[in-house]
Design a protein. Structure first.
Length: 107
């Protein structure tokens, strides 16, 4: 009897381990902490360049506007207070780059 009990317990533990490996995604794929740092880093890189915007070429400004557009959907997934404030700040950065880009293209 004790041998069968150990065998059953071993099978149950093995089954639990397999189910855990299948059902619980690895930490890298959960995306919570990683995506938080990811969007924040991108946001800081984009909006930290506003003071130098007049010195950028048309290509650089176009890339910055495109990066703003690409970042917007990721920020829209945030919680309400942070989303509202960050989207407003991102829009202000994008508007500045777009305005300067338009000025430079008219020249």
């Amino acid at each position: 009897m004790p041998y069968k009990t150990r065998s059953v317990i071993g099978k149950i533990l093995l089954l639990c381990w397999i189910l855990t490996a299948i059902l619980v995604p690895p930490r890298d794929y959960c995306g919570t902490a990683y995506s938080q740092e990811d969007w924040r880093k991108e946001f800081d890189e984009i909006c930290s360049k506003t003071e130098d915007a007049m010195t950028f070429s048309v290509e650089e400004l176009t890339r910055l506007v495109d990066r703003c557009d690409g970042l917007k959907p990721r920020i829209e997934k945030l919680e309400e207070p942070q989303r509202k404030v960050t989207l407003k700040r991102l829009q202000m950065c994008r508007d500045l780059y777009a305005f300067i880009l338009e000025m430079k293209e008219k020249k």
